[in-house]
Design a protein around this ligand. Structure first.
Ligand SMILES: O=C(O)C[C@@H](Cc1ccccc1)[C@H](O)SCc1ccccc1
Ligand SMILES: [Zn+2]
Length: 171
């Protein structure tokens, strides 16, 4: 289980580097990230959130119990269509949920855990999650889409919870 960094930790703002070689070290990182994501009841996790500066994302949108882990290495969005607003949370911004507008349908490309490239269309929760995770790799958080006032309020509340030791701070 890896520690998940909590906003406003500056390491969440780093832009992750492309993975040069999909090797056993990257596969072990992806497995550690999946274990961390399941433990935190997330459906997605980006390497940036565990303080690793590599473009690796793990996801599992399957219902409770069933497991369909996905590993996206060097993910890129090729096309975006439409717009859809939905409530988002973030494992690095625990306890806060706000509406965020995202592209409704996307076409994305990534390498799988064997290093094989694949392209896919996505909509609904899958499209939202992929956009949310790729933002993490670019040092972006969903609070960046909110008003300055809302972002400040969330930051102050989270800093207070961290000071009171009521949020386990990662890293
Ligand atoms: O912090 C993360 O990247 C995990 C995010 C991924 C996510 C955010 C918004 C919408 C979809 C996925 C979540 O914390 S995972 C928790 C969760 C679980 C079910 C539905 C939505 C969010
Ligand atoms: Zn997140």
């Amino acid at each position: 289980i890896l520690d998940i960094l909590v906003y406003p930790d500056p390491r969440l703002r780093e832009v992750a580097a492309p993975v040069a070689q999909v090797d056993d070290d990257i596969r072990r990182l992806a497995d550690d990230m999946l274990e961390t994501m399941y433990d935190a009841q997330g459906i997605g996790l980006a390497a940036t959130q565990v303080g690793v500066n590599q473009r690796v994302v793990v996801m599992d949108l399957a219902e409770e119990g069933a497991r369909q882990p996905l590993v996206l290495i060097n993910p890129e969005i090729l096309d975006r269509e439409g717009a859809a607003t939905g409530q988002e949370g973030c494992l690095s911004i625990p306890g806060f949920y706000e509406d965020v507008e995202r592209a409704e349908r996307i076409r994305f490309r990534a390498l799988d855990r064997e290093g094989r490239p694949w392209e896919q269309e996505a909509e609904g929760l899958m499209a939202v999650c992929v956009q949310h995770e790729i933002d993490h790799l670019d040092g972006k958080l969903f609070v960046d889409y909110l008003s300055e006032l809302k972002r400040k309020r969330i930051r102050r509340k989270l800093e207070k919870l961290v000071r009171q030791g009521r949020v386990n701070v990662g890293g």
